[in-house]
Design a binder for this molecule. Sequence first.
Ligand SMILES: CC(=O)N[C@H]1[C@@H](OP(=O)(O)OP(=O)(O)OC[C@H]2O[C@@H](n3ccc(=O)[nH]c3=O)[C@H](O)[C@@H]2O)O[C@H](CO)[C@@H](O)[C@@H]1O
Length: 358
Amino acid sequence: MVEEAPIRLLIAASGTGGHLFPAIALAQKLPEYEIEWLGVPNRLETQLVPRHYPLHTIAVEGFQQGFGISSFRILGKLIGSILDVRRILKQGNFQGLFTTGGYIAGPAVIAARSLGIPVVFHESNALPGKVTRFFGPWCDAVAVGFDVAAQYLPRAKNVYVGTPVRSQFLDPGINVSLDLPIPDGVPLIVVFGGSQGAVAINQLVRQSAPAWFAAGAYVVHLTGDKDPEADSLKHPQYIALPFYDNMAALLRRANLAISRSGAGSLTELAVCGTPAILIPYPFAAEDHQTYNAKVFTKAGAALAFQQSELTTEILQNQVLELLHSPSELAKMGEKAKAIAIPDSADKLAQLLREVVER
Ligand SMILES: CC(=O)N[C@H]1[C@@H](OP(=O)(O)OP(=O)(O)OC[C@H]2O[C@@H](n3ccc(=O)[nH]c3=O)[C@H](O)[C@@H]2O)O[C@H](CO)[C@@H](O)[C@@H]1O
């Protein structure tokens, strides 16, 4: 009997943790596939994508507001990148393409569809990005992370699967213990601003934190690596780190999170049942983080504040109020858990197999 050759899949996911982690989680659910990666030079994929998925890089750029002189240069680059992806797909004999959106998705979807290669798109945000809205109808399926996203994609074949999380969030055996010096039983606040940190939130938190320390709380503050004042606060109940890998253990242990409302962060908060104060990134494309946050506030899983309205005083008091009301925090945590789809990666892998193998 001749053994069948494994199916070859190209994953186009690039730029941020929010685009990369769901794709890595999917890849881990497809052990029988031969997977290679498509990314952009010098972006996070060069660090985060496991080495056993060979990484191809192409130069892509997004269109900024409007269409000007520089748009012709970008258009030229787009055509070049479509040709690059077509060459990679053909030379690698790929039978399927998966993408999590962003700039890389445009050339990847055009190249794959022009070669008749099936495409599955995953959109994790409540308000799908422009690229998803434009290219969604060309794809064989658009998997959405929030059910409300489907209303913005009326011509696409939408399937609600949630957003896959890293395996550390699903297997309690992995990384269970928190490798940070936090005593048992003390209230823990975790602050993080997406995969790159949020300088504006960092400033508010450093100003607010002394009142939380006085209330007995510990703070783990993931600052990102772009904050020049990241080391400025020193306190025995305060730990600042530019980035932390063991997020599942940290969010499970946290009594409260203060976070941006990127889709990845929200999905993890839900899976861990962590109550949160959300501060949408005000400059996110089409304010999509506000749409994400609304899903959580509507469910009663979080409170949300626009950055422009949030003062140190408001944040400080809101956190103190929640710390003094453990039953309210527990309720929010339960509501967060209720909207989680922990087996999202399995659902997405199943959808991908159906599309690619039919
Ligand atoms: C600024 C911006 O436009 N961000 C977008 C970006 O995600 P971005 O990567 O900014 O944010 P996400 O919330 O989606 O993901 C952050 C990820 O980084 C991880 N993390 C963070 C800090 C840390 O120290 N360690 C760590 O592992 C988090 O656990 C999470 O998995 O793509 C997402 C998916 O399209 C969008 O929803 C976000 O709005």
